[in-house]
Design a protein around this ligand. Structure first.
Ligand SMILES: NC(=O)c1ccc[n+]([C@@H]2O[C@H](COP(=O)([O-])OP(=O)(O)OC[C@H]3O[C@@H](n4cnc5c(N)ncnc54)[C@H](OP(=O)(O)O)[C@@H]3O)[C@@H](O)[C@H]2O)c1
Length: 257
C-alpha cells in the first residue's frame, strides 16, 4: 500500500519501519516540527512536510501517530476525504477521526515502543474501523506488520490500555525508583535482573495473584516495619512500598516462600 505517516515519534518510527520492511511504499512523513519529519523521512526514504495543506493525497493508508491530546486538534486541520486513516492511541475512540475522513479506524500497538528499539518480534496490534470493509483493509495491513493482530472495540482497547499502564509504565517506574535507591545505597541494581525476568516468565504459566511472594504475602510485619524505617530517607519509595504492601495484604491468598 502507499502509506502516509502523520507524526514522527516512537510509534510513527516503529510502524513506519515495519511498513517499509513489509514492502509498503512510504510516500510521506508529515510532522509538526519539520526537522523531526525530515529525520524520519530520511530513514523511510520518502518526502516530508510540516504543513497539513501539503499532505500527499495519493496515499492508500494514512497513519496518525501523534500525542493523544493533539489527535483532537486534527479536526478542522486535516481533511482526507475518503482516504482510510487510522490513529494509534489506546484510549481515544475511533470517532475522533470522523471529521477527518469518512473511512477511519485504529491500529493500536499493545507494546511499549521506542525509536531506539529495532526488535523484529510480532507486536500485538489491536485494530478497529468504522465499517466492515475498512476493518478488513486495516486488518490486512496490520497482518503484514505482525503475526499478532486482534480486533478490539474502543471500550476493550481502553481497558487494555489501562492494564498496560499497570504492567508496563508503573512496574518500569518502580524499577526506576529501585535503581535510584540501589545507586544511592551503593548496591548493584543489575543483581535484580534475574528476579525481574523470573517474575515476568512465570506469567506465561500462572496467575500473578497465585505467584505472589514476599513479606506482605507472608504477613511478616517485623520485616515490613524494618524496611519502612530504612526507607525514611526515600519518601517516594516508602509511599510506594506502603501502598503495595497494603494491597498485597488485602488480596492475600498467596503461597509464601
Ligand atoms: N510509545 C508507545 O509505547 C505507544 C504504544 C502504543 C500507542 N501509543 C500511542 O501512539 C501515539 C504516539 O505516541 P508516541 O509514543 O509515538 O509519541 P511521541 O514519541 O512522543 O511522538 C509524539 C508525536 O506527536 C506529535 N505531536 C505532539 N504534540 C503535537 C501537537 N500539539 N500537534 C501536532 N503534533 C503533535 C509530535 O510531533 P513533533 O515531534 O513534530 O513535534 C510527535 O511526532 C499516542 O497516541 C500514543 O498513545 C504509543
Amino acid at each position: 500500500m502507499k502509506v502516509v505517516i502523520i507524526g514522527s515519534g516512537n510509534v510513527a518510527t516503529v510502524l513506519g519501519r515495519r511498513a517499509m520492511n513489509a514492502g509498503h511504499i512510504i510516500m510521506q512523513v508529515m510532522s509538526r516540527q519539520e526537522e523531526h519529519a525530515a529525520f524520519l523521512a530520511e530513514e523511510l526514504n520518502c518526502s516530508f512536510t510540516s504543513a497539513f495543506e501539503e499532505i500527499n493525497m495519493s496515499g492508500d493508508f494514512y497513519i496518525i501517530a501523534v500525542s493523544d491530546d493533539s489527535l483532537l486538534e486534527m479536526n478542522g486541520h486535516l481533511f482526507l476525504k475518503k482516504k482510510l486513516v487510522v490513529h494509534t492511541a489506546g484510549s481515544v475512540p475511533k470517532t475522533v477521526l470522523r471529521k477527518v475522513s469518512n473511512s477511519y479506524g485504529v491500529l493500536y500497538p499493545l507494546q511499549s515502543l521506542r525509536k531506539e528499539n529495532t526488535n523484529t518480534y510480532d507486536i500485538p496490534l489491536l485494530v478497529d474501523a468504522n465499517n466492515a470493509k475498512n476493518l478488513s483493509v486495516v486488518s490486512d495491513f496490520a497482518n503484514t506488520l505482525s503475526g499478532n493482530v486482534r480486533r478490539c472495540s474502543d471500550d476493550e482497547r481502553l481497558k487494555l490500555h489501562i492494564a498496560a499502564i499497570m504492567v508496563n509504565n508503573f512496574s518500569n517506574h518502580l524499577y526506576a525508583l529501585a535503581e535510584d535507591y540501589c545507586c544511592k545505597e551503593r548496591v548493584d541494581f543489575k543483581l535484580l535482573l534475574p528476579l525481574i525476568e523470573e517474575t515476568a516468565k512465570r506469567l506465561h504459566f500462572f496467575s500473578p495473584q497465585a505467584m505472589q511472594t514476599g513479606p506482605a504475602a507472608r504477613s511478616d510485619m517485623g520485616t515490613i516495619n524494618k524496611h519502612l524505617e530504612a526507607l525514611l530517607p526515600y519518601p517516594e519509595l516508602k509511599a510506594a512500598y506502603e501502598i503495595f504492601s497494603k494491597s498485597i495484604i488485602s488480596k492475600k491468598t498467596a503461597s509464601p516462600v
